[in-house]
Design a protein around this ligand. Sequence first.
Ligand code: 1YM
Length: 694
Amino acid sequence: MEEEKKPVTPEQITEADTDSGVTKESFMEESKFHYEKQDVSNEREAEKADEHYSADNIQVLEGLEAVRKRPGMYIGTTGTAGLHHLVWEIVDNAIDEALAGYCDKIIVTINKDNSVSVSDNGRGVPVDIVPKSGLSGVETAFTILHAGGKFGEGGGYKVSGGLHGVGASVVNALSKWCEVVVNKEGGKYFIRFEDGGKIIDHLKRVGDTEERGTTVTFLPDPDIFVENTIFNYETIKNHLRQMAFLNGGVSIVIVDDRPETPVSETFLYEGGIREYVKFINVNKLPVNNDVIYCQGAEEVTLLDGTKERIYGEVALQWTDAYSSDGVYSFCNNITTKEGGTHVEGFNRALTNTINSYARERKLIDDKTPNYTNDDCREGLTCVISVKHPNPQYEGQTKTKLGNSEVRKIVANLVSDQLYTYLMEHPEEAKKIIEKVKTAGKARLAAQAARESIRKTVLGITTLPGKLADCSSKEPSECELFIVEGNSAGGSAKTGRDRHTQAILPLRGKILNVEKAREERIFKNGEIGNMITAIGAGIRENFDIEKIRYHKIVIMTDADVDGDHIRILLLTFFYRFMKPLIDNGNVYIAQPPLYKIDFKGKSYYAYNDDQLETLKKALKLKSGYPFQRYKGLGEMDAQQLWETTMDPKVRKMIRITVDDAAKADMAFTDLMGEEVEPRKDFISKNARFVKNLDI
Ligand code: 1YM
């Protein structure tokens, strides 16, 4: 079993062991020297290296120059995320060494000067001269783009995510300086690169040591990372903890040497992803007591005859939660946010196994239809991790695993082992099936509720009594103002342009659609009014062609309650009428915050800056009175029209999918009830909340 955890074929291990480290067979033939040999031929090798050096170095620098010219292509951004990406790349190399079975400890240190050191106790990066480049293994790995673990095709098993082995040279290219220490076969070797990877002095043996391993220290180049070169302890810590969960048995230490008293934490999870699931579920009530664990590896032969060994593991535990989005998937230690074939294989096996077990044990009667995948996943926390030597990514953000062979591998291992678990633990199995059953019932109830709303709310063609509709029937010129509170609603009704502007006042807060079960949502009067007023249905029945207004304008007070209502409405539109948001039909009105009356005229300011500018422009003395609007209700019909509704002067914010998704996420994260975190969220996300009043 232990061996299963290390996705390396025995053949690869012996190959690597017989060589000084570099696994590729063809390379062994070319290089044909081992340590003893290298010692006697050292000078000659150095000469040879120098010969190659001048010519090759130009090429080398051109490669690294390309990275410096377009860093985004290699690390995504040159912002904070990109900065941390440098650390992930070096850590990935150490993790690869651990996965190859040669290393069990990794230490990441943030140094006082904000450089980062990563050490491992593996074999050490090869130090022999690589004939193709004329440079040592270290120099090759750190200066030649695409020099992966094997200087060529095939060979070792490299699985860590990211840049597929181009990592070290990319980090070097983007560093002010970078130092590598290799302890290998009795010797200590050192090299320093400067200014984006320039070799100042070749790799040197600087002493003797019994230790083994690689230490890489680098200082990000401030000319590249102009925004920020300061590493964030929490970001690195979270990443390393995730790596420790995904690579059970590897001890990963983080040290922050910057504070006066250095901080250090160690992550070591012998249970790997099993402990990850426990960690995610720590504040939840588990349904089955132990985390179920399935794993396996399979060798597949590709069309071109090459063999690949694919490793998969899955850990799962149900909790009493209602959501069905607790499945976290990874390939080669990177999250596959859009899922992919491993998740598909898992889903298929999960649904089949649960249903066939329940039927066999007569926990479900013959007449009842199968539980759906969603039923099986309600409350489930699951980590799926596969290691694949040649992953193919698809999807919009290239985070969807595409290798089709993975589907069957994961499905098989989950089917077999989950089934065995259920058979061997009938008590736990009973609790799990019970949870799935309840989820199924809730689904049927929601379906019935949806059906009834289709018949009632969606069937209602008479418009809500509270709606003051506009006279035009041409949707492209019509606007619906959803207004907070009856008094503001009254002003809006009086002040509007009756031909094109309709007003729907909302009484207080609408229901939080995240919290409520579907049945209640549909029975909520305010929501029903919005659905009928807009007139295009909801969810899969929503028909954008039928909308009665091309502009839906949310008009709320500029205070915390107003912000809250706005987020509730956005969440509602996002969940129930998403095409409206995709299509850019949703807007937020911007009422002014201040009014100054001066020489018989009223002047409005929409933010503090404008207020200051206005005071200056009117040459007002300090202390000159101005009105601060607390709510829309303080404005009369004329003022509301002049400042907020008149298309000629008003300012409105058009909502993007991004905004709405954020609002939606805010609720998923905060789960509604507590006020403090919500206020906190609102104040931090001023994007929706331009006029804040807390
Ligand atoms: C702190 C970062 O890079 N460790 C590391 C890297 C390598 C090896 C061992 C290694 C790999 C192989 C053989 C092989 C790398 N070597 C190379 C290259 N830690 C860190 N530890 N012997 C040693 O893959 O066959 C790239 S990474 F290219 F030089 F072989």
